[in-house]
Design a binder for this molecule. Structure first.
Ligand SMILES: C[S@@+](CC[C@H](N)C(=O)[O-])C[C@H]1O[C@@H](n2cnc3c(N)ncnc32)[C@H](O)[C@@H]1O
Length: 341
C-alpha cells in the first residue's frame, strides 16, 4: 500500500508503440519505474518508455482489482473513451487543473504525440504545407530560425536540411518535444538545435533575435493573435521573415450562426477526406473528434489566410504574400516581413 496515502491504484499507461496497458499497484511511482526498466510486466517489456494516462485511487485492494479487471476487458476504443471522460472530469469538473486553452491543447498533444508522425505526419496536405513553408521561408546559411510549435520536429528538420542554419524550437507539449529530442540525438544535430518548453503567446527572447520565424498548424491555438504577433515582430531582426502555415478556415462569428457552421464544415470536409485516404481510420477519427473543438472554439481558433495576413499588418509587419498548397485548397501559407529599422 502507498504509505503516504493508504491507497491502491488502477492505472493505464501508453507504451512507445501507442498501445495501452492497464495495471494495478500499491506503489504507482515504483511501478512506473519498473515498466520503464523493462521489469514491470511482460507486455510492456521492450515497449518503453511508457506514459501514465490514467490513475484512480481506491481504499481497498479488492475494489482496485475489480476495476482493473473491468478496464482490462474494455476494447481500445472504450478505454480511450474512459480516458477522455476522466480527463474532462479532472480538467473541468473537479478543478484539479486550471481549465485553460493551453492546458487542453497541451494534454491533447501529449496524448497524441506517439501517434503524431504516423497520423498527421502522413497526410499529403501536411507534407505539402511543410514543403511550401520551407520553399517560401528561403532560409539561408547562418540564419537563426525560431520554429513555434515545433512538435516532433517535422518542420524544423526540413528547415535544417534546407540550409546550414540553427533552429530554436518551442512548444507547450513536453511529450511532442521529447520525440523531437530523440531525433536530434539520433541525427547528431544537437549543436544546431535547441528546444524550450514555451507558450507561443509569451515568447521570451530578446529583441532582434531571429532572421526567420516559422510556424505550422500551431498559431490557430492562440485566441489573441495580435499581441503574440507584435511580440514575434519584436524578436525578428529588421527585414526578418515570418512564415505561417495554416488551414484556411474562418471560424469567427457566433456559434449559433448556421452559415458559420456550414463554412467550417465545408472546410473540415477537405481535411477529413484526405486524412482518411492517406492515414487511415484512426487518424480520421482523431481529426473528426478535433473538428468539434474547431466548431466550438475550444482551444482552436482558425482563421482564413486573409485574416492571418491582416493580423500581421496590424502587428506591424509590412508586405505579406499568401500561397496555397498545390492540390489542397484549404491549406496555405502567409509570408510577412518585419517592417522595422
Ligand atoms: C499540429 S502540431 C504541429 C507541429 C509541427 N509544427 C508540425 O507541423 O508537425 C501543433 C503543435 O503546437 C503546439 N502548441 C499548441 N499550442 C501552443 C502554444 N500556445 N504554444 C506553443 N506551442 C503550442 C502543440 O503542442 C503541438 O506540438
Amino acid at each position: 500500500m502507498d504509505k503516504s496515502t493508504g491507497r491502491y491504484y488502477v492505472y493505464i499507461i501508453q507504451c512507445k508503440d501507442g498501445t495501452l496497458y492497464t495495471g494495478y499497484t500499491n506503489d504507482l511511482a515504483h511501478r512506473l519505474k519498473m515498466h520503464n526498466s523493462g521489469q514491470g510486466a511482460k507486455y510492456t517489456r521492450g515497449r518503453g518508455p511508457v506514459k501514465l494516462l490514467y490513475q484512480k485511487a481506491f481504499k481497498s485492494s479488492s475494489q482496485a482489482l475489480k476495476t482493473e479487471w473491468k478496464i482490462k476487458r474494455l476494447s481500445r476504443k472504450d478505454k480511450l473513451a474512459l480516458l477522455d471522460q476522466a480527463w474532462k472530469g479532472s480538467a473541468v469538473q473537479k478543478g484539479h487543473r486550471e481549465k485553460t486553452d493551453k492546458n487542453l491543447t497541451r494534454d491533447w498533444f501529449n496524448r497524441w504525440s506517439n501517434e503524431y508522425d504516423q497520423s498527421l505526419g502522413r497526410i499529403g496536405f501536411h507534407r505539402g504545407l511543410l514543403d511550401l513553408v520551407v520553399r517560401q521561408a528561403k532560409v539561408r546559411d547562418g540564419d537563426r530560425v525560431l520554429d513555434i510549435g515545433c512538435g516532433t520536429g517535422l518542420l524544423s528538420l526540413k528547415i535544417l536540411r534546407a540550409a546550414d542554419c540553427s533552429v530554436t524550437g518551442v512548444d507547450i507539449s513536453e511529450e511532442m518535444m521529447s520525440l523531437f529530442k530523440d531525433k536530434i540525438g539520433k541525427l547528431g544535430l544537437s549543436t544546431r538545435v535547441s528546444l524550450q518548453q514555451m507558450d507561443a503567446a509569451a515568447l521570451k527572447f530578446a529583441d532582434n533575435s531571429f532572421d526567420l520565424v516559422v510556424s505550422s498548424v500551431t498559431l490557430h491555438h492562440l485566441k489573441d493573435k495580435i499581441p503574440a504577433f507584435r511580440n514575434i515582430h519584436r524578436i525578428l531582426k529588421p527585414g526578418g521573415r515570418f512564415v505561417i502555415g495554416e488551414i484556411d478556415m474562418d471560424t469567427s462569428g457566433k456559434h449559433t450562426d448556421s452559415n458559420r457552421l456550414k463554412r467550417i464544415l465545408k472546410a473540415l470536409e477537405q481535411e477529413w477526406i484526405p486524412a482518411l485516404a492517406d492515414a487511415g481510420i484512426e487518424t480520421f477519427v482523431k481529426m473528426f473528434d478535433n473538428g468539434k473543438k474547431h466548431i466550438l472554439n475550444q482551444g482552436e481558433y482558425c482563421a482564413s489566410l486573409e485574416q492571418w495576413a491582416g493580423y500581421c499588418h496590424t502587428a506591424g509587419f509590412g508586405k505579406t504574400i499568401i500561397k496555397k498548397v498545390p492540390g489542397y485548397k484549404i491549406f496555405g501559407i502567409v509570408v510577412a516581413r518585419a517592417n522595422k529599422k
